[in-house]
Write a protein that binds this ligand. Sequence first.
Ligand SMILES: CCCCCCCC(=O)SCCNC(=O)CCNC(=O)[C@H](O)C(C)(C)COP(=O)(O)OP(=O)(O)OC[C@H]1O[C@@H](n2cnc3c(N)ncnc32)[C@H](O)[C@@H]1OP(=O)(O)O
Length: 230
Amino acid sequence: MNTPPTAPPATNGTTRRPTEGELEHQRAAIAALGHELRALVDATVRTSAPAEALHRVADGVRRITGQLTGRRRERAEIPAVDEFPGGTRMYSPVTGAGSPLAPPMRVTPADGGLIGRCTLGFAHEGPPGYVHGGMSAMLLDELMGRACAAAGMPGMTVSLQVRYHRPVPLETPLRVHARVTGTEGRKIFVDGSISTEGEPSTTVVTADGVFVTPDPDRTRALFPSLRGTV
Ligand SMILES: CCCCCCCC(=O)SCCNC(=O)CCNC(=O)[C@H](O)C(C)(C)COP(=O)(O)OP(=O)(O)OC[C@H]1O[C@@H](n2cnc3c(N)ncnc32)[C@H](O)[C@@H]1OP(=O)(O)O
């Protein structure tokens, strides 16, 4: 186990900015906890353990939760480990390695846009054996938003139309695609789709969305932590 290099307070009483090495060390720890929490979530939604065992586990989890002490992040505060907009989001419910809710989806540039790869488990079940429709929409919304940022136009969703052609299977590697198709002023038009890795040419869900880049005043008001950068 390495010694955690936490950022020591500076002599003027403020905390100095962590180095890139320290941030990487912290990200690795966040990802390790996220991995274990996802395993816990999966075990939780699949177990047939008796009530006594569930109570015992609940007590143990409560004790562990109590160990996550220290300053708690404020609303609208961007974590030091994140790169916003357009980069690493450690706690994103779609891509975040530290999120117990995220698959997490791995994103790479491809095919004139972005490809996201992930496998969804029982925690994301809608109809028995298949993915919840809201989860498919969330994967698409995130990747389509990231495609805007990757194209140099970070934007927020104002419209997302999703069409479900076939049910999305659980525990099956998925391939999500998103591509910017055009712009009009601050509006960005984006297409998205989901298929399985096994049959990439058969789209099971498709989407088209409109994203809008907020003007600088609105951006400052919505994301006060970005003050000085926009
Ligand atoms: C880094 C990647 C992260 C990815 C995260 C995934 C994306 C998300 O989940 S974002 C979260 C969900 N979305 C939101 O919360 C957005 C809520 N909406 C808003 O806050 C505002 O609409 C905002 C800030 C985006 C834009 O506001 P504002 O700058 O005032 O825009 P506004 O002037 O109303 O509209 C701009 C243009 O978009 C158009 N527009 C607005 N809403 C819509 C709509 N629903 N459909 C189509 N066009 C629309 C307007 O008609 C206008 O067009 P034009 O310029 O031709 O007249």
